[in-house]
Write a protein that binds this ligand. Structure first.
Ligand code: UDX
Length: 444
């Protein structure tokens, strides 16, 4: 998130010098090469235009801090894995380390911007650390959460629904806020740049992700009911989404949501609520994560039931491993859970994905003696008993499924965890088809 955001600022504001610093020399070397450390459609071109012009990548953190008037902090804030709040709270050690480092090297006043998603009131803690410097240097801490989604980062940055800036409402806080408004105003229409106090801004980010994830869990919970009643989740989502108060986006039933943000941010929100004794509120949001876990479990159970209650020795092909299309990212991908469960059931797995096979290998490292990784979906599906669509890659829609059917073991199954395929056509070819939240089409 930090990389593409800074790339966009450099691109839209040639009058500013933007330096991206990182402690990891390999990552910086990648940013300085033709092989960028992340895949985002459109990113390569913008980096090519700006790198060396007003965009620089460096490991010289001290120098970067000294030279800059505005510092965006985008370090990671993973879920804590130890001590109090393990599995729930955000691990703020990298953020705090960065704040201390800024404090040590700074020689002039600076505006510090929280870009990472953080628990509410983190800015306050940062302010305390920064103002502890002995030289009396003044820092203004702003919250400027990033709402971009992976795979559409460049589009989202170029044309955001809104830019949110939270500040202290003091004279100096408001001045710092206006400086940041000026940066975004280089390309974002003024009416889409909104401001608030710092805490509301921090909370808005957690709440926005919780609301989005809640929509997916809502539709997924109804998909389970559809499967029992022969209703069709697409018809239900359409009818519900056409109510302008609800809206149609983020109502695609799926095998479950993944990605580095939703689960982490909701658990963070849950932890925050429990901390304040708001247990009912915490339970409410926690259920969004629980329904998501349920949806993943249900998907594998449906596969088992359909395939005569045993998967031992059966060859199953996962179409997709990334947590969504157009990214190689597999963080918290439902594919990881599904693969692990299928391995437990002693199935043989073949995983295919146009971008995520390297990450899949890392995710399944040590448990993948019965797993093969094959980029070509035709080769991957050949000799399999079943295909499970886990990621909604566009390319899966256009495959020659007659050819695939001929190469598979019969009866051949397709479990469409994203409802992206033409189910009727697959059934006509001969497949037994199991969509999400729709009646199965089987020859059995
Ligand atoms: C999300 C937020 O959208 C973004 O605003 C925030 O800044 C970071 O977190 P991201 O994690 O990149 O972005 O992906 P997103 O497109 O939101 O998808 C998250 C997951 O939900 C994916 O696994 C996706 O496949 C799934 N999803 C999405 C569904 O299952 N159904 C839908 O209708 C939409």
């Amino acid at each position: 998130m930090g990389g593409p955001t800074m790339v966009m600022i450099a691109y839209k504001c040639p009058q500013y010098k933007v330096t991206v610093v990182d402690i990891d020399p390999t990552r910086i070397a990648q940013w300085n090469s033709d092989d960028l450390p992340i895949y985002e459609p459109g990113l390569d071109e913008i980096v090519k235009t700006t790198r060396g012009r007003n965009l620089f990548f460096s490991t010289e953190i001290e120098q970067g801090v000294k030279d800059s008037e505005v510092i965006f902090v985008s370090v990671n804030t993973p879920t804590k894995t130890f001590g109090a709040g393990a599995g729930m709270a955000a691990d703020l050690q990298y953020w705090e380390k960065t704040a201390r480092q800024i404090c040590q090297c700074a020689e002039s006043p600076k505006i510090i911007i929280e870009k990472s998603t953080l628990p509410v009131r983190t800015a306050l803690a940062m302010e305390r650390i920064l103002t502890s410097n002995e030289d009396g240097i003044h820092f203004d801490v702003l919250s400027n959460p990033e709402f971009l989604a992976e795979g559409t980062a460049i589009r989202d940055l170029e044309n955001p629904d809104r830019v949110l800036i939270g500040s202290r409402l003091t004279e100096s806080g408001l001045r710092a806020r206006d400086e940041l408004v000026e940066i975004y105003a280089n390309w974002v229409p003024r009416e889409r740049i909104i401001t608030s106090d710092t805490w509301s801004s921090e909370l808005s980010k957690l709440a926005a992700n919780a609301f989005l994830a809640q929509r997916i869990s809502s539709i997924n919970s109804i998909s389970a009911l559809c499967e029992k009643t022969d209703a069709d989740i697409s018809a239900v989502a359409k009818a519900v989404g056409m109510d302008s108060r609800v809206g149609s986006e983020f109502l695609n039933a799926s095998v479950g949501f993944g990605g580095s943000c939703f689960k982490k941010d909701i658990l963070n929100l849950v932890y925050l609520c429990r901390n304040y004794g708001l247990n009912e509120v915490a339970d409410y949001w926690e259920s969004v994560v629980q329904v998501n876990e349920y949806q993943k479990r249900r998907f594998v159970l449906n596969m088992m039931t359909a395939m005569f209650n045993t998967l031992v020795g059966k060859r199953i092909c996962l179409f997709g491993f990334a947590f969504k299309a157009n990214t190689g990212d597999t963080r918290d991908s439902p594919a990881i859970f599904i693969a692990k469960r299928l391995i437990e059931e002693r199935a043989e797995l073949v995983i295919t994905d146009p971008k995520a096979l390297d990450n899949a290998r890392i995710d399944l490292n040590g448990i993948d003696s019965n797993v093969s990784y094959i980029e070509d979906p035709y080769k991957a599906a050949s000799g399999c008993h079943a295909i499970a669509v886990v990621t909604e890659w566009e390319l899966y829609r256009d495959l020659d499924f007659e050819k695939i059917y001929r190469s598979m073991i019969k009866p051949a199954f397709i479990f469409d965890g994203r409802n992206i395929l033409d189910h009727k056509r697959l059934f006509e070819i001969g497949f037994n088809v199991f969509p999400i939240g729709k009646p199965a089409l089987t020859h059995l």
